[in-house]
Design a protein around this ligand. Structure first.
Ligand code: ZN
Ligand code: ZN
Length: 372
């Protein structure tokens, strides 16, 4: 059920010790294979393309790679580097050099001028958020904030001032790229005149400086339901990147990461922990109140318990994401001996030993007396 992120080295099929050149080569190969121009309208290829770019972004940067080697994906769990690419354009603008001339430099996806001007949906965004295990039990309203882009309402994304219109670039005839022959190869590069847009804007729209896009800051409250697990993705419809030229917004996917708890571990809907029990209770049985994740819990210790024995506390695990039932809490019993015995305790224990004909060391040098 969980879609945990794949290891970056595995994604790029390189050894952990691979040098920068090897990593770059391998990324280049994958980028070519899954390039959107070669896989039009193929969502899985696009995902692979993005995944590879994310891996390359981290492994090609010395500092980020070191962090990743030490902390894994956790190193980037709250935004920052390695947070993933939301937009194909980001990938091209950042790694254009890796593609070289093969796909038109940093120009990215080739689109005809007509296609470029049609309204289209904004990109889906992914946001990683970390919660505690207790939040998994109770559910949580999480406030999240991030920057993205919206369509410029003033020019409706055209980039041209109100009342004016962009005109077709004469250098590339609106194609956005110029093609030249070099040896056997036909090389395409972005049109220098229009920077690949295919259009010339004489009077740029002021609010967006002719970009057709404006900065947007989203501040939203996401209701995280109880029972979520590592890798659970919540879709927040319409809170992704703004649409282009009046197209609909993309969606926001909030991916959950559950922080490791110091005491409790989770397996499906059950929780597990170790519980220290005084040796007397081990032998004689009894009741004990201890702190579970969500408040106190009464534990019944059976008479004659064994070290490592498991006690079930029904219904104190994690709620099921699909139903209202909660899983169970399991304590593994661990016998706890006193660090020190006072005189009367020592006397009592010696009496028991004597009664059972158990040979013990002479007074004051016993196991308990010496223990720190
Ligand atoms: Zn504008
Ligand atoms: Zn042009």
């Amino acid at each position: 059920m969980s879609s945990i992120k794949r290891d970056y080295y595995e994604i790029l099929s390189v050894e952990k010790t691979a040098d920068g050149d090897t990593i770059k080569k391998s990324y280049r190969k994958l980028a070519m294979q899954y390039h959107p121009d070669r896989n039009p309208d193929d969502k899985s290829a696009e995902d692979k393309f993005k995944e590879a770019a994310e891996a390359y972004e981290v492994l090609s940067n010395e500092e980020k790679r070191q962090k990743y080697d030490r902390f894994g994906h956790q190193a980037f769990s709250q935004g920052g580097g390695g947070g993933g690419f939301h937009d194909m354009g980001d990938i091209f603008s950042q790694f254009g050099d890796v593609f070289g001339d093969l796909f038109g430099g940093g120009g990215g996806r080739q689109q005809s001028a007509r296609n470029r001007n049609a309204p289209r949906k904004g990109s889906d965004l992914r946001y990683l958020t970390e919660i505690d295990l207790l939040d998994v039990i109770k559910g949580k309203d999480q406030n999240i904030e991030f920057d993205t882009q919206d369509n410029c309402e003033v020019c409706n994304g055209s980039g041209a001032e109100k009342g004016s219109k962009p005109h077709t670039c004469p250098t590339c005839n609106g194609q956005g790229q110029v093609v030249r022959q070099q040896g056997f190869f036909t090389m395409a590069s972005p049109c220098p005149k229009c920077q690949g847009t295919g259009e010339i804007i004489d009077n740029p729209c002021k609010p967006c400086k002719g970009q057709g896009r404006v900065k947007a800051h989203r501040k939203i409250k996401v209701t995280i339901p109880a029972g979520v697990d590592n890798g659970t993705r919540l879709r927040v419809s319409g809170d992704g990147e703004g649409g282009y030229k009046g197209g609909p917004n993309g969606d926001l996917f909030v991916e959950i990461r559950v922080k490791d708890d110091d005491v409790f571990t989770r397996e499906q809907d059950h929780l597990f922990a170790t519980l220290d029990i005084p040796y007397t209770q081990f032998i004689l049985g009894g009741e004990l109140t201890t702190e579970a994740l969500d408040g106190d819990v009464e534990v019944e210790i059976p008479r004659g318990s064994m070290q490592g024995q498991r006690i079930k506390v029904a219904g104190r695990g994690v709620p099921s994401l699909r139903g209202s039932r909660r899983g169970d809490l399991y304590y593994t019993l661990n016998v706890e001996f006193p660090d020190k015995l006072d005189e009367s305790e020592e006397t009592l224990l010696r009496e028991i030993a004597k009664k059972n004909n158990t040979k013990v060391l002479a007074e004051k040098k016993g196991l308990f007396g010496k223990k720190k």
